[in-house]
Design a protein around this ligand. Sequence first.
Ligand SMILES: Nc1nc2c(ncn2[C@@H]2O[C@H](COP(=O)(O)OP(=O)(O)OP(=O)(O)O)[C@@H](O)[C@H]2O)c(=O)[nH]1
Ligand SMILES: [Mg+2]
Length: 295
Amino acid sequence: MMSHTLRQNLLLPTPPTVTLHDPRTHLRHLPPAYSTTQTPYSREKDFAPQLRYQLELPRKPKLRPCKVIFVGDCAVGKTAMVNRFCYDKFQSNYKATIGVDFELENFSILGHNFSLEMWDTAGQERFKCIAGAYYRNASGRSSYAYIPTIYITSSPVIVAAYDMSKRESLEAAKKWLSSALNYNTAQKPLIFLVGTKADLLTKEEFMRMERIAGLAAAELRAEFWSVSARSGYKITEFFQRLAALAFEAAVQQQLKTLQATAKEQTTQTPEKSHKFDLRNFFGSRSDKQKSGCAC
Ligand SMILES: Nc1nc2c(ncn2[C@@H]2O[C@H](COP(=O)(O)OP(=O)(O)OP(=O)(O)O)[C@@H](O)[C@H]2O)c(=O)[nH]1
Ligand SMILES: [Mg+2]
């Protein structure tokens, strides 16, 4: 009896490796804005039906990683915010970022892979020129120099952070944002104004600061958020909203490019029309077979 049980156990197939998906990075709906009445972006409760329809078509869009640049004064909590979301950790001792830190976070949105390249820049004055180089890359051109510009469609995202317990850091965030915008003329970026360290404020201070930040955000045409990396308050919600809006923008941008290219093809002479082949945008094996292309 004993050996039988043992044999049975040995013959049992090894349990399959279960890949646990992080529910925070799997989105099926558009997350709401921090203040649903105060945002320059979508106030809808879900992705547009048109977008869902496009994504269900057999030709899947190929989305490039979206660049997210974090700017703001030193010690406002940019790194803490990124680390809380990416690693669910918080460090109370301050370690200034040198130049720029990089994190990659993969999302699955409506079943499509979408990555955020997070560029966490240093707030210290002496690194300002280094950050400039990364804003330039945020327009989505230089880091993929070998790919034609038309192929790169992700709008960059700029997160201007300020410390809610330091009023002057809000003024500084506006300046950081305007200098980041100076580098981003090719594509209109998504802009977020994020107040950090919400845990340090009393309820009254918090409400007062939110009123001020709400006005500033409206002026900057940004979506505003208040978060705390220490307590985790609204960190997940913020990153999910950012990823979802960036995804929506990337898909829409790609569709626009595709439509423009198709229009161009119909108006151009046959000689010129094969300059932009649609198969370069949405690769499809069946199409390649139909066209007889062997590559
Ligand atoms: N209480 C509290 N402290 C925070 C919070 N976020 C960050 N801090 C603290 O603020 C200090 C600075 O945080 P960092 O994230 O390093 O700031 P930074 O903006 O990346 O600074 P630079 O890299 O110099 O630009 C650290 O001591 C953090 O522990 C928060 O939400 N609440
Ligand atoms: Mg930092």
